[in-house]
Structures are given as structure tokens and as C-alpha cells.
Design a protein around this ligand. Structure first.
Ligand SMILES: [Zn+2]
Length: 291
């Protein structure tokens, strides 16, 4: 205990033998110089966290330290709305640590081919799987139509993440967009793994259904304020956190800046018809059966 060495504010040393000269003496001198900067009191020893102003330890303080000092341009980002295994997956994706063909080769693992299992044309690296393979492009094309937004062509995860974070002033819309994108990435990876390890287990025609279901399920079960409606989710996903359903149709609750105005939408049947017409042009349209 430090307090046992303290006498009238000064440290008292008890050595079993005299301090030798040379390195040992130098170490003692350095130590005294270091602790000489601190004011020691007679109070009991306590633990204190230098990362927070009140001295209490918190996980957020550690995370902030990791983000700012250690992670550089790759801050840790934990999305509470998606399951932990998906967060770990996203973290590995962001660091390019997923076992795609190129990464397996880099680690000395002999693979029969470097080609993507889906298109069989391009070499499979992380950006190909999630952004430039034909199945990925079809997924992002669908997501753009479903969310009713213009998605740029992303080259990598960072492109996507930056776009999502700046996609709206409305935090709820950003959260929904983020969760939908994460569900898309997770589903693309599961689809890719199905092709390699269990061919036929995950059909291409189920990819979109799975994304819609995953994102609905995660938001419904892990975001307490969500209270989502399935039909609204299918038709107006970005507005589904601000919509309530009534017999006459949907009432959209606008943000506070709109002074309590609301917008009436036509009834469910009319919206379904509008949606059906719009989606019939989509070659990748697979969730007609959901209506
Ligand atoms: Zn491919």
C-alpha cells in the first residue's frame, strides 16, 4: 500500500539492502522523478479512471479512446438494433478480415479458384462480394427502389457507411437505412456462404425476402420505440417509424418542424395497387406474394 510508505506527505523507502549505483540507482532516480509530480495524501487508496471527468470508469469512455486514438479512420460502431453476431460480422467486413477467396489466399490457404461463386467471372474480394457482383448490384438496386432513394454506386463499405450517416436529417430514417443496409450485407454474405458450403440451400430468389424480413425483425424486436406495421414496412419503410394505421388509410406524422401537420394517404388496397404496378418492372421482384 502506498499509504504505508507515506510519512508527512513524503515517501519513505525501506530497502532490504542499499541501492547499488549504475542502472539500479538510475531507475530509482527516474521513479522518484515520476512520482514527484504527484501530490500524495493520507486518504485511502482508490481506483480512478483518467478518461472521464468524474473519475468513474465507463465503457463509452474506453470506446471513445479506442475510436480517437487507436482506430484512426475506422471507428468502432456498434449498432444496437442488429444482433451482436452481425455487429462482429460488420466489424470484420470493415477491416477486410472476412474469409473471401483473396483473403484465404493471402493467408496461405489453397483454394481451387479465386473466382466468385456467384458470377464465376470476377475474382472474389470483399468489395466484389458486397458491391460489384451482379447479385449485390441487384440487391442495392432493389433497396434504392424500396426505400425510394437515389443510392450512389458504392465501391466499398466506407462509401456505404458515409452515405448512410449523411442520408437524412431525421435520425429515425438514418437508423432504418442503416439497418436495411446491414441486413443486405449480412444476407449477401449468407447467400455467398450457401453457394459454397451448401449449394441450393439459399436461393437467389429469397435474397430480397430475407433482407426485408431481417430488417423488419431486427427493428421490431430490438428497437423499443419501433412498433412497426408489416404492411407499412413493405410500402413505406423509411416512414414506418412515424406512421400509424387507421381504417381510412395511413396518417403520416411529420417531424416537429412541420407544426403538427399530417398527410393522408389512400387506403391499403390503393397503396398495394400502386406498389404492385411499380414493382412489376423489377426483374428481381420476388416478394409479390407478401402482399
Ligand atoms: Zn461475383
Amino acid at each position: 500500500m502506498v499509504s504505508e510508505r507515506l510519512f508527512n506527505g513524503s515517501l519513505v523507502w525501506y530497502w532490504r539492502r542499499p541501492i547499488r549505483s549504475g542502472a539500479e540507482y538510475q531507475q530509482l532516480t527516474d521513479l522518484q522523478a515520476l512520482i514527484g509530480q504527484f501530490h500524495l495524501s493520507e486518504a485511502p487508496d482508490t481506483w480512478t479512471c483518467s478518461l472521464s471527468s468524474n473519475g468513474n470508469f465507463s465503457v463509452s469512455a474506453i470506446r471513445k479512446l479506442l475510436d480517437t486514438d487507436n482506430m484512426g479512420a475506422w471507428p468502432t460502431h456498434w449498432c444496437k438494433v442488429v444482433p451482436p453476431k452481425v455487429n462482429f460480422f460488420l466489424w470484420r467486413l470493415r477491416l477486410d478480415r472476412l474469409p473471401d477467396m483473396c483473403n484465404l489466399l493471402d493467408r496461405g490457404i489453397d483454394t481451387s479458384s479465386l473466382l466468385c461463386y456467384s458470377c464465376r467471372i470476377q475474382v472474389e474480394d470483399i468489395n466484389h462480394v458486397f458491391f460489384s457482383c451482379d447479385v449485390a448490384e441487384q440487391v442495392w438496386s432493389f433497396i434504392a427502389r424500396w426505400l425510394d432513394v437515389n443510392l450512389p454506386k458504392w465501391q466499398c463499405f466506407e462509401d456505404m457507411w458515409q452515405w448512410v450517416m449523411l442520408s437524412s436529417q431525421n435520425a429515425a430514417k438514418v437508423l432504418i437505412t442503416e439497418v436495411v443496409c446491414y441486413a443486405s450485407l449480412w444476407t449477401l454474405w449468407r447467400f455467398r456462404n450457401g453457394l459454397i458450403f451448401n449449394p441450393g440451400s439459399f436461393k437467389k430468389s429469397h435474397v430480397i425476402d430475407t433482407i426485408v424480413l431481417y430488417s423488419f425483425d431486427w427493428l421490431s424486436s430490438r428497437y423499443k420505440k419501433a412498433n412497426l406495421n408489416w404492411n407499412v414496412w413493405l410500402q413505406f419503410p423509411l416512414m414506418s417509424l412515424g406512421i400509424c394505421v387507421c381504417n381510412e388509410g395511413y396518417t403520416l406524422k411529420l417531424p416537429s418542424g412541420f407544426h403538427g401537420q399530417s398527410v393522408r394517404y389512400p387506403g391499403v388496397a390503393a397503396i398495394d395497387e400502386f406498389r404492385r404496378e411499380r414493382m412489376q418492372e423489377d426483374a428481381f421482384y420476388v416478394y409479390t406474394a407478401l402482399f
